[in-house]
Design a protein around this ligand. Structure first.
Ligand code: TMP
Length: 214
């Protein structure tokens, strides 16, 4: 680690969006941008990011899995607790930046908005597991659900969430947009229907602001 990196505190960035909003496309751009700016970053994902988390991910995404709403929510937070303890907290404590493909806004959107788990219940688990830890910046890739479904069609075998009905995805999107209003200082809504260049120009502006915050 260079001395320039040592003086920079860690930053926590999360990427969010409905399935098919294209967030993975932008991960490579974010990795390149951070490298060019000499930022030491860790890339990870949820559910997942640890051996236990990846096992939980398999359970959550397997179409054959039958889980109650609460069991599904608790599994997401069990994976998250392990992820924070083993990966996120140590990286931030070491002054590294950490980029997670999904985090708790996904639980509010999918289990809260999509499935109807009461927000207070998710908030209680968030308080328990995160103890105040929140991302510094969340990039929310927003797209009409029909456009996202069209992009995904035929490209992969749908997982347990992707195979949900159109209404589910509409509720997930609405819940994300509600989260963005509630946490507007942290969540940036990016119109993911634009060209990749336009979206990435916006991402660069937000990463630049975060870097300047020092
Ligand atoms: P991904 O491949 O985009 O990361 O997909 C993970 C899926 O898991 C996605 O459909 C959203 C879902 N999910 C939840 O339902 N709750 C959560 O807390 C997280 C992190 C993901």
């Amino acid at each position: 680690m260079s001395s320039a990196q040592q003086v920079r505190p860690g930053r926590f960035i999360t990427l969010e969006g409905i399935d098919g909003a294209g967030k993975s496309t932008h991960l490579t751009f974010i990795a390149d941008w951070l490298k060019r700016h000499d930022v030491d970053a860790v890339f990870t994902r949820e559910p997942g990011g640890t051996p236990l988390g990846e096992q939980i991910r398999e359970l959550l995404l397997a179409p054959a899995t039958v889980a109650s709403l609460d069991a599904e929510t608790l599994l997401a937070f069990a994976a998250r607790q392990q992820h924070i303890a083993d990966v996120i907290a140590p990286a931030l404590a070491a002054g590294r930046w950490l980029v997670s493909d999904r985090f708790t806004d996904s639980t509010y959107a999918f289990q809260g908005g999509g499935r109807g788990v009461p927000y207070e219940r998710i908030r209680a688990l968030e308080d328990w597991v995160q103890r105040g830890l929140q991302p510094d910046l969340t990039l929310l890739f927003d797209l009409p659900t029909e456009v996202a479904a069209g992009r995904m069609a035929g490209t992969r075998v749908p997982d347990r969430f992707e195979q949900e009905a159109a209404d589910f995805h509409r509720r997930v999107r609405a819940a994300y947009l509600r989260r963005a209003e509630e946490a507007s200082q942290r969540i940036v809504v990016l119109d993911a229907g634009r060209s990749i260049d336009d979206i990435q120009a916006d991402i660069a502006v937000h990463l630049g602001k975060l870097l300047e915050r020092g």
